[in-house]
Design a protein around this ligand. Structure first.
Ligand code: F0G
Length: 459
């Protein structure tokens, strides 16, 4: 029998209670947090969709691995297992452990970057861009045109625009290109996948110009799922084989293990070239730790080794992608404007389309984030003009390209009934959408203001 319900392919062995609350209580919590859910205590959150990073539930095998963790300073058994797992998966020779993704970014982009250098990507994630710009270099995003159209059902909206890539390299000159960075899946562009064909073409362009090609691979297992099911020629390959092939195209990779390695902390940098690896190792030892642990404890490395294996389980990946798609499609059917096709780790709602009556400078995305919390205790994040808006010299807001709200799904944490609860909340939000009001910023930091900004609700 073919079942239409995709069940969670695990049983729950240990539970973490959720503290339920009333609407009245949440109104107070939100006011106290100045209408910024980053300032809420997590105990006051019922369903936390702030991020899929570091929020995975580990398996019983991983917890058993935590007990086995070898905490030796040098040559730890846990490191050897993690190193072997990553070498087998990536085919890259040199593996550097780091405490999370951005530490790997800092190490390599500090070395490759600097004044006069340009980095090119489908979309640089915030920390990637920040590390590159901090070095004095420039970060240029060139996603395919289809990525900007939220209803266009193009299967690989994470792809790089190859013509632009070629043109930028030729315009700036190869010697001025720090690297081409392919983010799989493309987090900032809606968790959209990149095809193998696109990755191969990037490899060819980089090779012919002698430019370094790196993968930002934190969601590569999810990307492999989309390739197997959408790209001709990959139907019979395993998810792991697909990921291995994509790694093999690149000169190196960065991974935040907090995503597809199914752990709460960790990351790595993998490289093919010894010369480059030697330079990075110097920086690793100075700032993260010795080469056999980086910024990690033995038990973290053990859990990463196991998680990187578990994530390629076909039943897990099917459940993972289908459950995100289920949430996104249900919202779409109800009339909630969402980016489609639904990406791997999150559903992105366009709050400007949902609340056309709220002016952009009154932050419709933040209004939705507040509604989700007040109505149901759901925490989400605004990815619009609060996060990316800037001011011109007269103090006018220069808005972001879109007013999105991200509902990121932690891995193996929530069940279908939690998702039904989210869907029900949106039913109510749709019904009362005209009553929602915007917000005004009353306090903000000069950089990354979304983390700490304080708001006031407009009536
Ligand atoms: N690259 C991508 C594509 C990411 O999504 C992230 C983190 C990083 C690099 C940095 O990794 O957090 O381990 O230092 N993304 C998180 C998010 C924070 O919520 O999307 P990190």
């Amino acid at each position: 029998m073919q079942h239409k319900t995709v069940i969670e392919p695990f049983k729950i062995k240990s539970v973490e209670p959720i503290t339920l609350s009333t609407g009245e209580q949440r109104k107070k919590h939100l006011a106290k947090a100045h209408y910024n859910p980053f300032l809420l205590d997590s105990v006051h959150v019922i369903i936390d969709l702030l991020t899929d990073s570091g929020t995975s539930a580990m398996s019983s095998e991983q917890w058993a691995g935590v007990m086995r963790g070898d905490e030796s300073y040098a040559g730890s058994q846990s490191w050897l297992r993690m190193e072997k797992g990553i070498k087998d998966l990536t085919g890259h020779e040199y593996i550097l452990p780091t405490h999370q993704g951005r530490a790997a970014e800092r190490i390599i982009y500090t070395y490759l970057g600097g004044e006069g250098k340009t980095f090119i990507s489908n979309t640089h994630f915030d920390t990637t861009r920040a590390n590159i710009e901090y070095s004095g270099a420039e970060a240029v995003d060139i996603p395919v045109a289809e990525s900007g159209d939220m209803d266009q059902l193009y299967p690989f909206k994470g792809n790089v625009d190859l013509e632009k890539l070629q043109a930028i390299i030729e315009d700036r000159g190869s010697e001025h290109i720090g690297a081409v960075i392919l983010t799989v899946t493309n987090n900032s562009g809606g968790g959209q996948p990149v095809s193998m064909e696109n990755a191969r073409a990037i490899r060819d362009i980089c090779k012919s110009h002698q430019v370094l090609f790196l993968l930002d691979s934190c969601r590569i297992a999810e990307n492999s799922y989309f390739i197997k099911h959408r790209e001709p020629g990959f139907e019979h390959k395993t998810y792991r084989e697909i990921a291995h092939e994509m790694f093999s195209l690149a000169d190196g990779a960065i991974m935040s293990a907090k995503k597809d390695a199914l752990v709460n902390m960790g990351g790595f940098l993998s490289l093919k070239d010894k010369g480059l690896a030697d330079k990075c190792v110097n920086m690793l030892i100075i700032t993260e730790g010795f080469v056999t642990y980086g910024g990690l404890s033995g038990r973290d490395m053990e859990a990463i080794a196991i998680g990187l294996d578990e994530v390629f389980d076909p039943h897990y990946l099917e459940y993972r992608i289908k459950s995100t798609t289920y949430l996104g499609n249900r919202l779409h059917e109800m009339g909630v404007p969402v980016i489609r096709p639904i990406g791997g780790h999150a559903v992105y709602v366009d709050a400007h389309l949902l609340y056309p009556h709220i002016r952009i400078d009154q932050y419709p995305g933040q209004a939705l984030v507040c509604e989700l919390y007040e109505k149901a205790g759901i925490r989400s994040v605004e990815i619009g003009s609060v996060m990316f808006g800037k001011y011109d010299h007269t103090g006018q807001l220069i808005p972001a390209a879109r007013e999105l709200v991200r509902l990121a799904i932690p891995r193996r944490v929530y069940t279908q009934s939690h998702m039904e609860y989210v869907i029900e909340t949106f039913e109510e939000i749709l019904k009362t959408r005209h009553q929602s009001t915007g917000l005004r910023i009353i306090e903000e930091a000069p950089y990354l203001r979304h983390f700490t900004a304080k708001f006031e609700r407009l009536q």
